[in-house]
Design a protein around this ligand. Structure first.
Ligand SMILES: Cc1cc2nc3c(=O)[nH]c(=O)nc-3n(C[C@H](O)[C@H](O)[C@H](O)COP(=O)(O)OP(=O)(O)OC[C@H]3O[C@@H](n4cnc5c(N)ncnc54)[C@H](O)[C@@H]3O)c2cc1C
Ligand code: FES
Length: 281
């Protein structure tokens, strides 16, 4: 069933926020869940986290980082356009309870994925300490929103153009040295999640990561999103996306994430060739 784009707001040169009409999904979604959508008939199915839902307007909000053909197509849509289909909410919702002091870490577009979790943890009475990071100031998203749902917000950029220079894991190391941490939630690039897991492992702090594996059907049937967690085979679409970071085989995940690189490159070049700005024709 087609879904209408209500609003498309550009957050920076390669990230946009879309509000999309989605009557059923807006009524059922919980923090940590995602949708799988297809922009057009020929398009790939891609998973995206639900940033927010509005039951009154019957819409959902997603944040999209342009990395390939489908995400470029999505960010090019305007209000009034339609996407071909969207299924969800999918995945097991994040386990929200009153843990005490919860650290929420988002790297890059992972900030969009940690936001609903941080908000729900705050509503459940946790002391939420958030750490968000990006390459530079321009790539840092949702700073105001994260501040609103956190007791403390730390910001890092790789080049020091905003917040402190360095990585989210540097701040986590310091927080660990200063006081008790009951749980850590982290979403971002695979190397970032691996480092976070290495930082918390010696202190045996429960650490949950949300895995962004490549998905096709979202039903546990195709096997595309297979990961190994504690020597068990799991499917991110139905068993996750949240997993115990200390048990995830990040090396295998990185390899599986790169398995379509050549096809993705060809598809992107074809799309860009067909959508050149007029002055380049
Ligand atoms: C549960 C889940 C939630 C996600 N939530 C968000 C979100 O809220 N916002 C967002 O921008 N992205 C999110 N992603 C990632 C998003 O699905 C991919 O960026 C998208 O599928 C890429 O499609 P594409 O056709 O534009 O690029 P492709 O041409 O398919 O890929 C381009 C590049 O992106 C990498 N890539 C492909 N698929 C994924 C993937 N699933 N995860 C990470 N990298 C990938 C490829 O290895 C390649 O380097 C999520 C992924 C999962 C599994
Ligand atoms: S996407 Fe097919 S099994 Fe998960």
């Amino acid at each position: 069933m087609p879904h209408k784009i209500i609003r498309n707001e550009r957050l920076n040169s390669n990230v946009c926020r879309l509000e999309i009409e989605a009557i059923d999904i807006s009524e059922k979604a919980l923090p940590g869940q995602f949708i799988i959508l297809r922009v057009d008939e020929q398009g790939e199915r891609i998973p995206l986290t639900l940033l927010r839902t509005c039951q009154k307007a019957k819409t959902v909000e997603i944040i999209v980082q342009e990395v390939g053909t489908t995400t470029l197509k999505l960010c090019a849509l305007r209000s009034g356009d339609e996407i071909k289909d969207m299924i969800g909410p999918l995945g097991v919702p994040t386990e929200i309870e009153n843990y005490g002091r919860a650290i929420c870490i988002g790297g890059g577009v992972g900030i969009a994925e940690i936001f609903p979790v941080a908000r729900a943890l705050k509503d459940a009475g946790n002391e939420v300490v958030s750490i968000i990071g990006a390459r530079n100031k321009d790539f840092l998203i949702l700073e105001r929103e994260m501040r609103d749902v956190s007791n403390q917000l730390h910001i890092t950029t790789d080049d020091g153009s905003h917040g402190r220079r360095g990585f989210v894991s540097d701040v986590l190391r310091e927080l660990l040295a200063w006081g008790k941490i009951d749980i850590v939630f982290a979403v971002g690039p695979i190397p970032m999640m691996k480092v976070i897991s290495d930082v918390t492992r010696p202190a045996k702090i429960k650490t949950i990561v949300s895995l962004n594996s490549i998905m096709v059907d979202g039903t546990g049937m195709c096997g595309s999103c297979r990961v190994t967690v504690g020597d068990k085979v799991k499917f991110v679409c139905v068993d996750g996306p949240d997993f115990d970071a200390h048990l995830v085989d990040f090396t295998e995940l990185s390899k599986r994430q790169a398995r379509f690189l050549e096809n993705e490159k060809v598809s992107l070049e074809k799309y860009k060739g067909e959508h050149k700005p007029c002055h380049q024709n």
